[in-house]
Structures are given as C-alpha cells and as structure tokens.
Ligand binder design. Structure first.
Ligand SMILES: Cc1cc2nc3c(=O)[nH]c(=O)nc-3n(C[C@H](O)[C@H](O)[C@H](O)COP(=O)(O)OP(=O)(O)OC[C@H]3O[C@@H](n4cnc5c(N)ncnc54)[C@H](O)[C@@H]3O)c2cc1C
Length: 424
C-alpha cells in the first residue's frame, strides 16, 4: 500500500498535507457517495449563512456542511443555480428538450472540477464539435462565405489590438479594446494563460442536472432576499442564442422550426443585473483579487465568478471560488476556536519588501514583449558588481498593478425575508 512506503517519521507531514488538500477543496470535493457520507448529521461548528446559491454558493454551502458547520442557505430566487438555468422546452415532437439559458459549455475539461462532479454522478459529457454551424437571427444558416469573412475580420482586429497594446505599453491601461466596448485593451484577456485544457463539452439534459445534484439536501430557503450586498455588474448579454441547430444539424439531424422561443433577460433580472464579469477600461486582474477579500475580520466572505482572476466568467470559476471561501471560513473559525489572531495585514517588513520589488520593476534593465529583466545588482542597492548577474523575468501585467489600486468595497449584508421582516 502507498502509506506503507512512507517513513514513519513523515506520517504527521502526510496527515497535514491530506488535511490541507481536503480543506482547500483540491481533493475529495463534490458529491460522490463517499463524500456525501462524510457530512455530519449534527453540525458541531459555528453557524454560517451562505447568501445566493449559484454554483459558488452551492459549493461553499456543501463544503461548509461537510466541515461540520451549521449552514443557513438563503436564495433570492425560487430556484438554485443562478446563471446556470436549464429550461425544459414543452410541446412539439421531442417533449422535454432542455436548453441552457446561461452557463452552458464546460470550457475545457482537463482539471475542470465540474467535469469531476459530472463524472461522480455518472453523467457523460458530449464534446462540442469543431464544426458548429452558426445561424442568423431569422433561424437560417449563415452564408459560409460571410462567416469566413467575419471570422477573418475578427482575427485581424485582435491582431491589431495586440500590436497596439505593445506599442502603447502602459498607456494601454486607459484604452478600450475597440470603439464600441469598454473592455480594457491592456487586460481584456488577462485570464488567457489559465484556460482549462481539454475539450469543450456540454452536459446532455443541461447543467441544471449539476445544480440539482449540488443542491440536494442543502437547507436552502428560497425567496429570501439580501438587499444590500451588491454583486459585480458586468456586460449585458442581449443575444438570443440558438445552440440546438449548431449541435444537431452537423450530425445530420434536421431541426424543425422553433415551437417555443425564450429570450433571456439577465440584464434586467434583479438577481443578476447582467451577465458575467469582464475587465473594463481602468480595471485589471487585481480587481478580482480585491473583490475576493473578506471584510469584518473573518465575518463576511465573497465567492463568485468575479472573484477569481484566473477563470472569471465561467461555471468552474464560481464553483472553485465557493470551495476557496469555504476553506477561508473554516480557517478563520478554527483559528478563532484556538484564539489565534490571524494577521491579514502584511508586516512593516513585508511592506518594505513589496515596495522594494515594485521599485525594481518600475525601471527594468531590459524590456521585451511583456517581460522585464532585472539585473540582481539593483537589488543589492550598491555599486559593487556581482560576480555573475542573475536575471529575473516578470510578466508585464504586474508592472501596471500600482496604477490600479482600487478602493476596497466594504459591504454590509442586511438580510430580509421577501423584503418584509428581518431574518438576521
Ligand atoms: C448567458 C450566459 C452564458 C454563459 N455561458 C457560459 C458557458 O458556456 N460556460 C461557462 O463556464 N460559463 C458560462 N457562463 C458563466 C457562468 O454561468 C457563471 O460564471 C456562473 O454560473 C456564476 O456563478 P455564481 O455562483 O458566481 O453567480 P450566480 O450564478 O449569479 O449566483 C448568484 C446567486 O445569488 C442569488 N442572489 C443574487 N442576489 C441576491 C440577493 N440579493 N439575495 C439573495 N440571493 C441573491 C442569485 O439568485 C443567484 O442564485 C455564462 C453566463 C451567462 C449569463
């Protein structure tokens, strides 16, 4: 057995590593039967209120229950899932066809925790084919020539934007990607390097199946509106999408004229006020980190797709952020139980190290592409030449951080029952 090959004196290390991985949701998360069994029947730890049950809230509430906390789960809508909403279409030849009106595609399944949850449930994912015919608003296929032209123009625009960004250097922080959007030229694609690998997949029957499984046995109180916590607003998603043709027609299946149509209104929906987050002019990846910061000395924590700079605007991001905040809440609670004061502010020494580093990267010795080169002699702050000069590479995005410090949002949660009586 694996454990037998580990020297006895390392057992405590093994134990700590295991606990760390579990508590941070890196392993043993989700809804496999063996994991569900670990939810204690009687909670033994403090009371936690989880507000909002999109994928982030569902992940956080489930994980907190697993850790033995007492959870009260509040949701403003009369359903869980938030931006993940599968609508069963009624009538017609194929009764019960499902359409995802929000989060639909698992964008990359390698390392995607929702892919793991789907596997735990025994669901088979379907690969989104490379060839996916686009359809215009009148329901007719788009002319292939036109499609190619639009794609070429789009790629050309992106190439231009990329060269412009290089030319503008740090001034690109104040510029938008194009004339019509407010996307930051400098950082609109800051999450690009973290894209999940593997195929893009969808779940037959819709992602509502994942939501349903994650919400099972959670003590969610529906139509409980928390009226002063503000979610990050983002762009409005105004288009109606017609994924069914794109998926089925390439397989030779004729899709008849629609018998029922639904137009999403995420923009005017008071529980979402838009679609997913984006990096607007003047913002950067740092803003995701700021939104993720807890306030009130471990009393109020924030999860959600807009709190993780790596995978924003995705379903897996929301899920991962819920696991992350569950780990943070448990950490604070455990530290509180041990009466340890967690120092969230860096020490004076750490501040001086940070400013020293910031100074170094402000005037790099060499600059190429988005990399900056610092000769170590600078760090020594003297005229003496080092025997050999080491070089440090840093991604360009960090150079701009200093310009983007934002005032932290301090938010207060006031919990209302249907806007009437106070709950807590
Ligand atoms: C049209 C569209 C298409 C998308 N396509 C994809 C895709 O293909 N792939 C992908 O990975 N992602 C996609 N996404 C993004 C993905 O769906 C989201 O990133 C993710 O679902 C966000 O989850 P969340 O838990 O952070 O937020 P939400 O899902 O918004 O959850 C927040 C919850 O809080 C509740 N709430 C809000 N206000 C209150 C209040 N005042 N009181 C109580 N409860 C409240 C809401 O009702 C909601 O249930 C898409 C999103 C949209 C809108």
């Amino acid at each position: 057995m694996f454990v037998d090959s580990i020297p006895k004196h390392c057992y405590s290390l093994l134990e700590s590593t295991y606990k760390y991985l579990v508590s941070h949701g890196y392993i043993n998360f989700g809804i496999a039967p063996a994991i569900k069994e670990k939810i204690p029947a009687e909670p033994s730890k403090p009371h936690v209120i989880v507000i909002g049950h999109g994928l982030a809230g569902l992940a956080a509430a489930r994980q907190m229950m697993r850790f033995g906390f007492k959870v009260t789960a509040l949701e403003g809508r009369n359903r869980a899932g938030g931006w993940v909403y599968t609508k069963k279409m009624e009538g017609g030849i194929r009764e019960g066809v499902a359409a995802d009106l929000g989060g639909s595609v698992l964008t990359g399944t390698l390392g995607n925790p929702l892919g793991i949850v789907a596997r735990q449930l025994g669901y088979v994912l379907h690969k989104v084919r490379d060839k996916c015919l686009p359809y215009s608003f009148d329901g007719k296929p788009v002319d292939p020539d036109m499609d190619m032209k639009v794609e070429a123009a789009f790629n050309h625009l992106l190439d231009k934007a990329s060269s412009l960004r290089q030319l503008m250097g740090c001034f690109s922080v104040d510029a938008s990607l194009d004339l019509i959007s407010k996307l930051s030229l400098a950082f609109w694609d800051q999450d690009g390097p973290y894209d999940m690998g593997g195929d893009h997949c969808f779940l037959p029957g819709g992602n509502g199946r994942l939501v349903h499984a994650l919400a099972e046995n959670l003590p969610i109180l529906y139509e409980r509106i928390v009226n002063t916590v503000r979610l990050l607003l983002a762009t409005r998603f105004l288009r109606v999408i017609w994924p069914i043709w794109g998926i089925y027609e390439p397989q030779g299946i004729t899709v008849p004229e629609p018998i029922q149509t639904i137009c999403t209104r995420w923009g005017s929906d008071p529980f979402s006020l838009g679609a997913y987050s984006n990096v607007a002019v003047g913002a950067s990846g740092d803003d995701y980190d700021i939104l993720a910061e807890s306030v009130g000395d471990g009393r109020l924590f924030f999860a959600g797709e807009a709190t993780n700079r790596r995978y924003p605007a995705t379903m897996h991001d929301a899920f991962v952020s819920g696991l992350r905040e569950a780990a943070n809440m448990a950490h604070y609670a455990n530290a509180g139980a041990l009466r340890i004061k967690i120092n969230r502010n860096p020490s004076k020494n750490a501040h001086s190290c940070a400013s020293l580093l910031a100074d170094l990267f402000r005037e790099p010795d060499l600059e190429f592409g988005s990399f900056y080169v610092i000769a170590l002699i600078k760090a020594e702050r003297g005229n003496r030449k080092p025997a050999s000069t080491s070089l440090t590479l840093k991604s360009g995005t960090s150079k701009l951080k200093a310009d983007n410090l934002k005032q932290k949002l301090v938010r207060r949660a006031k919990i209302m029952r249907n806007g009437n009586g106070k709950l807590g």
